[in-house]
Design a protein around this ligand. Structure first.
Ligand code: NAD
Length: 280
């Protein structure tokens, strides 16, 4: 069997087109306000890409740049002002923050109704309780991609490899909300391969290149690869690989590629959260 590809680029493009239509028909403007502290190169590039993605979707984008020397009080103060500004419906915080500033403490100040990255703990708490909430974008992307295969999650066996607060744990919680049977694995899990071999769905978000091998996967299973690992080839050029060995495609029923899988779908889910924060 050769796995069918879950094309995150194509799925993401469809979501973005739907958002463009929804935003175009809305009776109020939809905007995203992002905070960038300092001049970190990756964060600056991310912010530029975000501005372009928002423009394409018809979303207004406002970047609030603060000096590198900003401390907790300045950054938190800006977030609190944005919380009370009624013209702002969506807030996100670019990382990293300056050394010594506790990012999680700042994130937990973002109004949960404007927290489009789902980083305020109140939002994941709302997911656990089945209430309406803004959910971390990568976790949303993973669920959408699994559902795109047509598999019935209720009653299925799912293994989530990786249990970080922003990726692995929210994915496990969303799968539980779908009434799947969920195993959350981490680097201390024993006999991981024996667990994944029983699974109908395997989601891998460990940050370990080619961790999951061909013989770890049940024939026909859905495999979602969240990992992003930069590697350098013999020619000195760098490239990206996932956490799943490409040979898994010989046994899986469905598999998401890296690149072109969870990454582009995550970008689309952020835009959807922005639209939901303003319009839902
Ligand atoms: P993290 O380092 O915060 O957490 C890694 C988790 O994996 C931990 O729970 C750890 O215990 C577990 N783990 C590590 N090695 C393991 C092993 N050998 N066996 C089982 N579990 C193991 O990482 P993160 O922020 O959750 O990110 C995970 C991966 O997902 C990274 O490669 C990251 O770059 C990628 N990522 C991708 C996207 C996207 O949009 N595609 C978004 C966020 C993160």
């Amino acid at each position: 069997m050769t796995a069918r590809i879950i094309d995150g680029k194509a799925l993401g493009a469809q979501v973005r087109s739907d958002i463009r239509t929804r935003v175009g028909q809305a009776h109020r403007s939809v905007r995203l306000d992002a905070v960038l502290v300092g001049t970190d190169r990756s964060a600056t590039i991310y912010a530029q890409n975000q501005a372009r993605n928002c423009a394409e979707a018809g979303i207004e984008y406002h970047l609030h740049t603060l000096p590198s020397a900003s401390g907790f009080d300045e950054i938190a103060g800006r977030v609190l002002l944005m919380n009370t500004d009624e013209s702002i419906s969506a807030i996100m915080l670019h990382l990293p923050l300056p050394e010594g500033v506790d990012a999680e403490r700042v994130q937990s100040l973002i109004d949960p109704n404007k927290d489009v990255e789902g980083v305020n703990p109140a939002n994941i708490g709302n997911v656990v309780y089945g209430r309406r909430s803004l959910v971390p974008c990568t976790a949303l992307a993973v669920i959408e991609m699994i559902e795109s295969t047509g598999i019935t999650l209720r009653g299925s066996n799912c293994v989530v490899v990786g249990a970080s607060n922003i990726v692995g744990k929210p994915i496990a919680v969303l799968l539980m909300r779908e009434e799947a049977t969920v195993i959350s694995a981490n680097k201390f899990t024993q006999n991981l391969a024996a667990l994944t071999r029983e699974a109908d769905v395997v989601v891998v978000a460990a940050g370990v290149a080619a961790l999951v091998k061909r013989d770890w996967i049940k024939p026909g299973a859905v495999v979602i690869d969240v990992g992003i690992n930069r590697q350098t080839g013999a020619d000195g050029k760098s490239f990206t690989v996932g956490d799943v060995d490409p040979a898994v495609a010989e046994v899986a029923g469905w598999m998401s590629p890296v690149p072109g899988g969870v990454g582009p779908m995550t970008v689309a889910m952020l835009l959807r959260n922005v639209a939901d924060a303003a319009l839902a």
